[in-house]
Design a protein around this ligand. Structure first.
Ligand SMILES: Nc1ncnc2c1ncn2[C@@H]1O[C@H](COP(=O)(O)OP(=O)(O)O)[C@@H](O)[C@H]1O
Ligand SMILES: [Mg+2]
Length: 346
């Protein structure tokens, strides 16, 4: 059993990690559109396939796609979705501890779609959720955190320190309770360095911004003797294609021996649905109402006369107006209609 994630780019050998990696710490860093979510989802699929329950904290509202096969239609993995447009159950930020206990007690996998929570609500939700999870967890379990820079920022505001502290402790000590983590961020430079440098595996995809390269370096310098070589490598990150990554950590070499090394791999295609907004558009398309149908339905509103508003109130006010103008003729015109209408309504 292993996590089959893709292939080495140099010789095409399969790139695999042992299932024991489920309780280790990963960081997926790259600029937007390089394949972070996609490749982290490969890892999630491998865990689901190997019976390791996962939890995804998803501020983007796209991880529900694990439930669907890659065609977006047939079944994917049985993952319970909390919150969001695809939620099986609503997400109540005040029930963070209940949620953690329910997930652990039942050993389900879950996507927690927090896209609709305000920043303040998210900051309130995360600490009790992670603390309770760590408190009650027993079996191997892996937590994916999208947009890790939001809940573990390098420079937290006064209202963000509690959440950052909770994430820090969770990542640091989660392993003792068989909890692994994957942090995902497109803003490497602003993810908290204390949290980031704890990662066992760094997965770096296409990265171009100098400040983001520095964040990668913050992790890498401890593991790399030669700064010049490191700089050349950092520059090469700009050329990586989608889904192409350097994985750096304790990895089995060609001979099977485990060593801290960095390897270049191409992550495999997803088995489940990559539910980004662009993909959803591609799959669904927008079907306009046929022109005839539209004209028939809306012509009354845009072309027809507005329906008359001859309520008794309306007629009385008209009558008053007329009287004020001492125009007896107008009033007499309205009188019989008013009486008829009142009779009808009586
Ligand atoms: N391993 C891969 N194999 C093939 N295509 C990939 C792979 N990883 C990413 N892609 C492509 O790149 C696009 C962007 O990936 P995504 O994970 O959404 O980017 P990010 O999360 O970094 O913003 C995907 O929609 C997909 O088309
Ligand atoms: Mg993404």
């Amino acid at each position: 059993m292993s996590f089959k994630l893709g292939r080495y780019t140099d010789d095409g050998r399969p790139f695999e990690l042992p299932v024991s990696a489920a309780i280790q710490r990963f960081a997926f860093l790259a600029k937007s559109g390089a394949g972070k979510t996609y490749c982290a989802a490969d890892l999630a699929e491998e865990m689901l396939k190997n019976g390791v329950p996962i939890i995804v904290i998803d501020p983007m509202g796209i991880w529900w796609g694990l439930r669907k096969a890659s065609d977006g239609k047939s079944d994917g993995y049985p993952v319970v979705v909390f919150g969001g447009d695809h939620g099986d159950l609503a997400l109540d930020e005040k029930k963070a501890e209940d949620l953690a206990r329910a997930i652990v007690e039942s050993n389900i996998s879950a996507v927690i779609d927090v896209a609709e929570l305000s920043h303040a609500a998210l900051q309130r939700f995360i600490p009790p959720f992670l603390e309770e999870l760590r408190h009650v967890n027993v079996e191997d379990r892996h937590i994916f955190i999208e947009e890790a820079d939001v809940i573990a920022p390098q420079k937290p505001g006064p209202d963000e320190t509690r959440c950052l502290g909770a994430v820090d402790v969770f990542v640091r000590r989660g392993g003792n309770k068989n909890l692994g983590t994957t942090l995902i961020s497109q803003r490497s430079a602003v993810v908290n360095k204390n949290v980031l440098t704890q990662s066992d595996f760094l997965v770096v995809l296409r990265t171009t911004a100098p400040q983001d390269k520095e964040a990668v370096a913050a992790w890498a310098v401890a593991k790399s003797a030669d700064r010049k070589e490191l700089n050349a490598w950092l520059d090469s990150l700009a050329k990586l294609r989608n889904g192409e990554a350097y994985v750096w950590g304790e990895l089995p070499g060609a001979g099977g021996e485990v060593d801290v090394q960095k390897v270049k791999v191409q992550f495999r295609l997803r088995e489940t649905f990559h539910a980004t907004r662009e993909n959803l558009k591609k799959f669904k398309g927008v079907k306009p109402m046929p022109v005839d149908e539209f004209v028939a339905k809306f012509s009354k509103i845009f072309e027809g006369e507005a329906p008359p508003v001859f309520t008794p109130e309306h007629l009385r006010s008209k009558a008053r107006e007329s009287r004020e103008q001492e125009d007896e003729q107008d009033w007499s015109e309205f009188e019989p209609r008013l009486r008829a209408l009142e009779e009808k309504l009586a």
